[in-house]
Design a protein around this ligand. Structure first.
Ligand code: TPP
Ligand code: MG
Length: 547
């Protein structure tokens, strides 16, 4: 609200700081304590997207942040609004997605005592954010907003949080206060000594292998990595969240690991005498899984120094801009190496996957086959967003990726329910892009309500549900451990009828032969859709993997 003096209140000034950060959409649910902020949004260039649950608002901001590198914004009121945000914020925190959450709070004069709807939001969110702060005075807004965005977007990106108490929101901001300018953050160049040491180690290794993680994608280093691998003939294996770091068609790609137990052996990681970890993050794949004795020789190439683990003790750390590190290492190492080992490993993996695909015959709708077929149905630039469960593991193994940022997988927090809201955010980022979400029937019903948001916003996502009537991956693990199940089976509504009830399109696929044509029709549709696919997880080598 503009005062006669020309000054605005803190809420309106906070909104102009958001505009200054380049924020174009904000996701959330309003409440009584953020009336000023919501009204200020009304007058701004920022589009407010009302979601049907605060958790989805945070998932949307998370996926938007992941796809753009710029912090997505979600907002909620105090108490229950803020508590509902937690899972989405934690997902952004562990999946390294830039996100700024803004919550309301009661008047400053009240927050110290027990009162209606007051919980300590700052303390509640502290463990799942990189930083958070309360606006206690109107003249701190520009600093707090700038700091929240700077920290959220800096490596490793994640969530930050701003709390705006109701009374402070209405306080007058000095008329001369301006938002602080954005600054471009660039990781520093790696130092010469570590580059020399890493180059020598790689040059002298017999069977070096790259283990690539999501940091490669975040830092725009996928092309540099592919060139590094192909020029030097060094194979690359990547995590779930590293899908797209190197096209699967590259002769140096050994596809995804961390999906089935000991798949690192299939890729030859256990035979390698030097593992070059690039943009690799423990949250994506525990080093203990592939380095149980802690005795592997490791070169760490990342934007930040390595996290400490007995199972991850690098011989050298090349810390700095990842793309630059890879380019310098490539030119220093120079000559390509003998690559029969890499080719043999790739051949073995492709044969193993083909055998798993062929098992079970043509008639049953096999999740493996669905994921494999999806590669031919989706164009290279289409986006696939996975939820969490058995389907994610099958996708990790069988969906072959060609480009960075064409698959979004939560494997840091690994939270169910992210796919449907994530799809909406992706469409808002780029309405011309075809977006498919893939969920289990458990996760889908956690975010089903957002189909109304999709319908209202006209975000034409294709929401595929693999329906097995169970928390599939947990069911497997219970069966494997105890030979019986507890609390994993459920019924489902008719998902096609549900889609129709939301006023969107609904399809069911019951035979492999229908898959491509139905998905094509859904992908070309101008309205959101649900594609219900009944499946059975019969043979699963995935039982001991972590979903
Ligand atoms: C929010 C949340 N709750 C619980 C879990 C633990 N969990 C991991 S996978 C899974 C089952 C998922 O079931 P569904 O969505 O049907 O997928 P399916 O495994 O059947 O493919 C559960 C409960 C989780 N990852 N996230
Ligand atoms: Mg299921």
């Amino acid at each position: 609200m503009i005062r006669p003096s020309g000054a605005v209140n803190a809420a309106a000034f906070l909104v102009s700081c958001l505009e200054n950060e380049g924020v174009r959409v904000a996701f959330g649910i309003p409440g009584e304590e953020n009336l000023e902020l919501m009204d200020a949004l009304h007058d701004s260039s920022i589009r407010f997207i009302l979601t049907r649950h605060e958790e989805s608002a945070a998932f949307m901001a998370d996926v938007q942040g992941r796809l753009t590198g710029r912090a997505g914004v979600c907002l909620a009121t105090l108490g229950p609004g803020a508590t509902n945000l937690v899972t989405g914020i934690a997902d952004a925190f562990l999946d390294r997605a830039p996100l700024v959450a803004i919550t309301a709070q009661a008047n400053l004069s009240k927050v110290h005592r027990e009162a209606h709807q007051i919980v300590d939001i700052l303390r509640m969110l502290a463990p799942v954010t990189k930083w958070n702060a309360r606006v206690e005075a109107a003249d701190t807004v520009s600093e707090i907003v700038r700091k929240a965005f700077k920290l959220a977007e800096a490596e490793k990106p994640g969530a930050t949080h701003i709390e705006l108490p109701e009374d402070v929101a209405g306080e007058e901001t000095p008329a001369d206060q301006k938002p602080l300018p954005r600054e471009a953050i660039r990781s520093p160049s790696p130092d010469r000594a570590s580059l020399e040491k890493a180059a020598a180690l790689i040059r002298h290794a017999n069977h070096p292998i790259v283990l690539a993680g999501n940091g490669v994608i975040r830092n725009g280093a996928s092309e540099a990595l592919t060139k590094f691998a192909e020029d030097l003939q060094i194979p690359v294996v990547h995590t779930f969240m590293g899908k797209g770091t190197i096209p699967w068609t590259s002769p140096m790609s050994l596809l995804t690991i961390g999906v089935v137990p000991r798949d690192y052996e299939l890729a030859g990681l256990h035979e390698s005498d030097l593992i070059v970890c690039v943009g690799f993050d423990f949250v994506e794949y525990d080093p203990r899984s592939w380095n149980p004795q802690g005795d592997r020789r490791i070169v760490h190439v990342d934007s930040l120094p390595a996290e400490i683990s007995r199972h991850y003790v690098p011989a050298v750390e090349v810390v700095g801009e990842i793309r630059e590190s890879l380019e310098v290492l490539r030119t220093r190492i120079g000559a390509p190496r003998e690559s029969a080992w890499a080719h043999r490993n790739r051949e073995r993996i492709l044969q193993q996957l083909a055998a798993e695909l062929a098992a079970g015959g043509e008639k049953v709708l096999k999740p493996q086959r669905i994921m494999s077929d999806l590669r031919d149905i989706l164009a290279p630039d289409d986006l696939l967003i996975s939820d969490v469960g058995a389907h994610k593991l099958v996708l990790g193994r069988f969906f072959r990726t060609l480009k960075p940022n064409t698959v979004v997988i939560s494997n840091g927090l690994s939270t169910m329910g992210i796919a449907v809201p994530g799809g909406i955010a992706a469409k808002l980022v780029d309405p011309s892009r075809r977006v498919m979400t893939l969920s289990g029937d458990g996760g889908f019903l956690m975010s089903l309500h957002e189909l109304e948001t999709a319908k209202r916003e006209g975000t034409a996502t294709v929401n595929v549900v693999l329906r097995d009537g169970a928390l599939g991956s947990i069911r497997w693990k219970q069966m494997a451990k105890f030979g019986r199940t507890t609390g994993t089976d459920f019924g489902n509504p008719d998902l096609v009828a549900v889609a129709h009830a939301f006023g969107i399109r609904g399809f069911r696929v019951e035979r492999h032969s229908e898959l491509a044509s139905v998905l094509e029709e859904a992908l070309e549709s101008k309205v959101p859709s649900v594609v219900d696919i009944p499946v059975e997880y019969r043979d699963n080598p995935f039982v001991t993997s972590r979903t």
